[in-house]
Write a protein that binds this ligand. Structure first.
Ligand code: BGC
Length: 907
């Protein structure tokens, strides 16, 4: 019998890289590989793969390694580790069956064709690979001075130009204290913005690797790097705090040019560099950027005196960061991810010129101006909303969000105005200094981590489609290197609770495994030695007076926020199949749970201490987001049980059964204590709030069937008595629909989902929202702004319901890590006539779509090669129809619509 065949696998991906180009600057010597198989014969199951590795120039020919394994996601590097800078080209092919299977077609015929070749190149893997030093201008570039440009030069031999065959390869390894943007010989290096991004700088600072082969030239080469304040030295947090990491900007840059004769020419940042002022007079992430375009950024200058300013010497600075803290990026860089045209230019009641971009987004405004005189000032202010017809800046609190320009006044020509060292969250801009502004002259440049889109949802209700779109935009805006709460006001921090609830949605919508793994490394680095967890990662709050007063000397241990330490790694593992994330995080996960166990003591209950609780419960008083109905001790004890259980499951995955048993026993004790202390025999839960029922049902905290039934009924009653309005905050909202469905209250879940009065998910949609709001009533029905605090219009946390739309409404869920098994169980309801979801799983695209028409329910499912699916058809009958198990390919079912009205009986 011939073995079933597969088509050629896709070009292998390296670690969590999702970009299509060469994987340059990989931070590990043994990068793991993944591929998908676009199509295969029925019955195909991978039995073996071969990896062909061709190492860099001069290395002996290709090495082929055969591995008998069904795995195709994050498989181990099968060869000797790469050296720093070493490149390899890698292809794979796959075969069904076992090594000794007897394929009629002969051994070779059983193999798929080879995939395309991926190029993998290691970065600088050790501190010793750097000869560069951190340098900083001596006199220029101080706080409140213009952004400096640092300049270094290198002479390359004649004939070294790219294309002349002499330059074999040129790489720039670079990072900064601050944010940087580099040019080589006047040409922009790469297209990243706000590099090196934001990490827990005291422990981890990313460097970037750029291929600059095409930019180097024979003779003199000039590397110039503009440094902005960024997160390092700009404002961060409330109360005007800034320069949290240091008051000097610095650059670390190493340009390595290899020529055909085998020599490597290196330009490394050191005292030989110089500095001068740039055209950027000031720059700040919160406040914006001011640029004097009369002092144009100097092009490839070889002159020693820069127009408009003196040349300064630089000095090597005590980095406060040794080179061991340099890490290669795990996730994608921040880039421009889109450009939106202005939809309308109009005058406000006070006569200001306003531009509406039609979408709340994150980035900046690009303006084209003409006919202005040198030194004329153009000012661009940003806001997410209008307030009484004027730019609504109150939600920004103290962030000025203002870019301004002193124009060069190019005679007869257009001048393009845009910043590069800041970002804003906005839909509207107020522009002054440009007479007769046309919509054509303004566009919004969208900026964020360039994550690959991997998840889609649609259904027959356009309002839900808009809600989903709003979730996508809130993720785009708040995944700007760090998963932030909001992108616009004087905050923009990596609030742990927000990403804890949103991580499942994030992992579905965009390839976020690398992004979140990197953030988790920061989390572990910033966690306190006693296991307590900062509220934000990177941690910039713990040393504030406010935090100290709030915590009264105790380590922070806020439920749902600190539990990001356990839940986010678990979600990343579940959705990506990457067990190494668990291995790396396990000490941090354990430390958090051990800390909670210490706080709880023998009672296993969490009592008192600072808690955010069910933050922004809409029934809490507007001026007291802490005043939620759900009891904070109940919430905290529920999270303690869940986190202990997650640690047990993670240890089990990692094969550490002793640890798994210990934490499973702890989880069981906490659950027992929870039930004794907080749950009545009939299933009432202390504080009788929707959130406590949602937690108890979703996390199996109710021991008896009677309690579960009682709690489910009570939850449905409470949702009904609230008029199907949302009455949950950050903690309960992501779980309430799941809990209702688990309790058999499908229509109640749908009524809650489809409510349009405030508060509800669809109320903001009706108010024209294009992103998810921080609070349900951020804008009041009359269009005015809520008079209270916490008024972000771009906060993904409450959009966590999208995960339920994917898993339950459309019915596409993972049933094994990395979606190696799919659970297809659509739960139709709410009058929807159709719903669909698609996801690029690590194995390829999975898709589910269903439709109800003419008394029939049709279901279509696409299962990627390498996975299986268990498909539950909705059915009214008892017992429910048996689930079908299917393998890869396209599958369709047609059954009676369980929700169809019974046919009218003729009389
Ligand atoms: C943030 C929230 C965050 C919260 C902590 C707020 O200022 O915007 O999203 O989780 O503080 O309670």
């Amino acid at each position: 019998m011939p073995l079933p065949r597969a088509t050629a696998p896709t070009t292998p991906r390296c670690e969590h890289r999702t970009d299509s180009g060469p994987a340059l600057g990989i931070g590990t010597a043994s990068p793991r590989l993944s591929w998908t198989v676009p199509a295969a014969d029925p019955g195909y199951q991978q039995g073996a793969y071969e990896v062909e590795i061709t190492r860099g120039e001069g290395a002996p020919g290709a090495e082929i390694v055969r591995v008998e394994s069904p795995d195709q996601v994050l498989v181990p590097w099968p060869s000797a580790p790469l050296a720093a800078r070493e490149a390899a080209s890698v292809r794979v092919r796959v075969r069904a069956g076992s090594g000794n299977s007897d394929d009629e077609g002969g051994e070779d015929a059983a193999w798929s064709p080879w995939s395309g070749a991926a190029v993998v190149e290691a970065g600088l893997l050790h501190a010793g690979d750097w000869t560069a030093r951190f340098i900083s201008p001596r006199e220029l570039g101080k706080l409140d001075m213009p952004a400096p440009v640092l300049r270094g030069r290198i002479e390359l031999p004649a004939g070294a130009a790219a294309g002349a065959g002499e330059v074999v390869k040129a790489r720039l390894y670079i990072t900064a204290h601050g944010v940087y943007s580099a040019t080589l010989n006047g040409q922009r290096v790469g297209d990243e913005v706000l590099a090196p991004g934001w990490t827990s700088y005291r422990h981890r600072l990313r460097y970037q690797t750029h291929d600059v082969t095409a930019l180097v030239q024979a003779g003199e080469n000039v590397l110039e790097v503009l440094l902005g304040n960024g997160w390092w030295r700009g404002r961060l947090g409330w109360g005007g705090r800034r320069a949290l990491y240091g008051d000097r900007l610095a650059l670390l840059a190493q340009l390595e040019v290899a020529t055909a004769d085998g020599s490597v020419h290196v330009l490394a940042s050191d005292e030989s560099w110089t500095a001068h002022d740039s055209a950027v007079l000031c720059d700040d992430l919160y406040d914006g950027q001011r640029t004097d375009l009369r002092r144009a950024l100097v092009p490839a200058a070889s002159q020693s005196q820069v127009e408009g300013g003196p040349v300064d010497a630089v000095e090597v600075v005590d980095a406060r960061l040794d080179l061991d803290r340099l890490v290669a990026p795990e996730g994608p860089p921040v880039r421009v991810t889109g450009v939106l045209p202005a939809v309308r230019v109009f005058q406000s009641p006070s006569g200001a010129t306003l531009v509406d971009f039609g979408q709340n987004l994150v980035g900046w405004v690009r303006l084209r101006v003409r006919g202005l005189q040198p030194g004329d000032e153009v000012v661009v202010r940003h806001a997410e909303v209008l307030d009484g017809g004027e730019l609504g800046t109150r939600p920004l609190r103290s962030a000025k969000a203002t870019d301004s320009y002193l124009v060069a006044g190019t005679p007869g020509g257009d001048e393009v105005l845009e910043p590069s060292l800041t970002f804003h969250g906005f839909r509207y801009a107020e522009i002054s200094g440009v007479p007769n502004l046309r919509a054509d002259d303004a566009e919004a440049v969208v900026v964020g981590s360039e994550l690959r889109r991997s998840g889609w949802f649609s259904c027959s209700d356009e309002r839900l489609n808009q809600l989903h779109d709003n979730v996508v935009w809130s993720m785009r805006g708040n995944f700007l290197d760090v998963p932030t709460d909001c992108p616009q006001r004087d905050e923009r921090m990596g609030w742990t609770g927000d990403i804890q609830v949103f991580s499942p949605t994030a992992m579905f919508l965009f390839g976020s495994a690398g992004f979140l793994s990197s953030w988790l490394a920061d989390l572990a680095a910033d966690q306190f030695p006693d296991g307590s967890m900062p509220f934000v990662i990177p941690d910039i709050l713990s040393d504030t007076k406010l935090a100290k007063e709030t915590l009264k000397g105790a380590g922070p241990a806020a439920a749902a926020w600190g539990d990001a330490a356990t839940i986010v790694p678990w979600v990343v593992y579940q959705r990506s199949g990457d067990a190494a994330v668990l291995a790396r995080q396990l000490p941090s996960m354990r430390a958090w749970v051990d800390h909670l166990a210490g706080l709880a003591g023998p009672s296993h209950l969490r009592r008192g201490g600072f808690q955010f609780g069910d933050w922004v419960d809409p029934t809490a008083p507007p001026d007291n987001p802490f005043g939620a109905k759900a009891d904070p001790d109940v919430i905290a004890t529920a999270h303690f049980a869940r986190s202990a259980e997650v640690v047990a499951m993670a240890a089990e995955v990692l094969g550490d059964s002793a640890t798994a048993e210990r934490y499973a026993a702890l989880a069981a004790s906490v659950r027992e204590a929870f039930a004794i202390e907080y749950v009545t025999p009939a299933g009432r839960v202390l504080s009788d709030a929707q959130t406590v029922y949602a937690l108890a049902l979703a996390w199996a905290l109710l021991p008896s069937a009677k309690q579960r039934e009682g709690a489910g009924r009570r939850l449905a009653e409470l949702v009904g008595s609230s008029g199907f309005h949302i009455s949950t905050g950050f903690v309960g909202t992501p779980l309430v629909t799941d809990a209702l469905v688990a309790a058999g209250e499908v229509e109640v879940a749908y009524r809650l989902l489809l409510q349009t009065d405030c508060p509800s998910w669809l109320y903001p949609v009706g108010m024209g929202a294009t992103t998810i709001w921080e609070r349900w009533d951020a804008m009041l029905p009359d269009g005015s702004l809520n008079p209270g605090e916490m008024l972000s219009f771009n906060h993904y946390a409450l959009g966590a319901v999208a995960d339920w739309l994917h898993r339950t409404v459309a019915g596409l869920a993972p049933a094994a890590p990395g979606y190696r098994e799919l659970l297809v169980r659509p739960v139709p309801g709410g009058g929807l006539s159709a719903a669909a979801a698609r996801h690029l799983t690590p194995y390829g695209e999975a898709a589910v779509s269903w439709e109800r028409a003419d008394g029939q329910f049709s279901l279509r499912v696409d299962v990627p090669v390498g996975t299986t699916a268990t498909v539950h058809l909705p059915g009214a009958g008892e017992p429910a129809p048996a689930p079908a198990r299917v393998t890869h390919g396209h599958h369709e079912w047609l059954v009676a619509d369980p929700l169809a009205d019974p046919p009218a009986t003729g009389s």
